[in-house]
Design a protein around this ligand. Sequence first.
Ligand SMILES: Nc1ncnc2c1ncn2[C@@H]1O[C@H](COP(=O)(O)OP(=O)(O)O)[C@@H](O)[C@H]1O
Ligand SMILES: [Mg+2]
Length: 390
Amino acid sequence: MRAPGGFPVVGIIGGGQLARMCAGPAAELGITVSVLAEAPDASAALVIPSAPVGSHADVDAVLAFAAHCDVVTFDHEHVPAPVLSALVAAGVPLHPTPEALVFAQDKLAMRSRLTEMGMPCPRWALARSAADVAAFAEEAGWPIIAKTPRGGYDGKGVLVARSADDMAEWLSHEGTEETGLLLEEKVDFVRELAVLVARSPSGQAAAWPVVETVQTEGICTEVLAPAPDLSPDLAACATESALRIAGELGVTGVLAVEMFEVRDGQGQPGFVVNELAMRPHNSGHWSMDGAVTGQFEQHLRAVLDLPLGEPTPHHRWTVMANVLGGSDEELYSAYRHVMARDPGAKVHLYGKGVRPGRKIGHVNVSGEDLGGLRERAGHAAAYIEGRVRE
Ligand SMILES: Nc1ncnc2c1ncn2[C@@H]1O[C@H](COP(=O)(O)OP(=O)(O)O)[C@@H](O)[C@H]1O
Ligand SMILES: [Mg+2]
């Protein structure tokens, strides 16, 4: 389904901000993107002219959408397995493939596969009953972390359980006995890191520098690129591990590997893998303004099996601060103020309605002075959110 000039059409299932942010690079590259949007006013549908409305769970809608695309990729990991199988049966090239994607869709599948690969992971178990929880807590000690295997995001689907009582409600959810919950030790991490890589179907891969991510109540609020004071050995090992995961799982497109930095008994730095995302990721938003090739351009290049772009940063530091929905629905005057106050700040807004805690945009600033950049990015985000007024 070629556009004029023989240029391909990339279909994206899901009309969130990740699909939306592919639109700019696609326009520059001469690639057409089409998005299957959940609503006419979905974030991506507001900027991408080809945005049929349909559910990612509706086989017929997804197949009709894919018929107009050369390759199909994803804004989120929630497309059900039967829909993915129908796409494969219809001969639609999917990136990532369902065989790889399952390790980003299902945290239990991810944990067992990474453990098989010998990747460092938190201590974990599958629990279907209170007895399973008690056995794990006995071994790992309270508090423990419980996770729904599928469908979680931004900390929804993650529970810090301090006692058996805290687990009772989750265990009683319908279907839990069947699918089970993922239990993990509560990792006493030094900080959270993420490694973002891209891999193309022909096996070319590229890695951005390891970043530090800051989560507030389970939501990413700040990213420091690269992670400050990271041991070079740890950076190399984390990057190698992410590339190995991408290769062994056959990931195509962008892969984010979320990690916890930990210390061993001798105080030596190491990491355990938290989770995988197979799409552009919040930890890579800095690259839009801070690297030669940003993650959205790279994802398009990767899913089309084009040669990948250079991931090198073009500043010493880039700091990204997320803008979360606050109480104020009107953002435009705050946005004007931020631009006037800091002309070096790159403000990205997603055209989404304001709801408390919802990701509605981010701000990138790049330069030499990390402390100053954090202050500037944080202030700009807080100002747009309405948390500060000067
Ligand atoms: N085993 C753990 N130990 C300590 N903190 C954790 C653990 N698992 C998750 N967290 C915290 O919860 C956040 C969200 O968990 P995550 O599994 O990444 O879920 P989500 O899919 O919502 O991103 C993590 O970024 C981290 O801050
Ligand atoms: Mg996460």
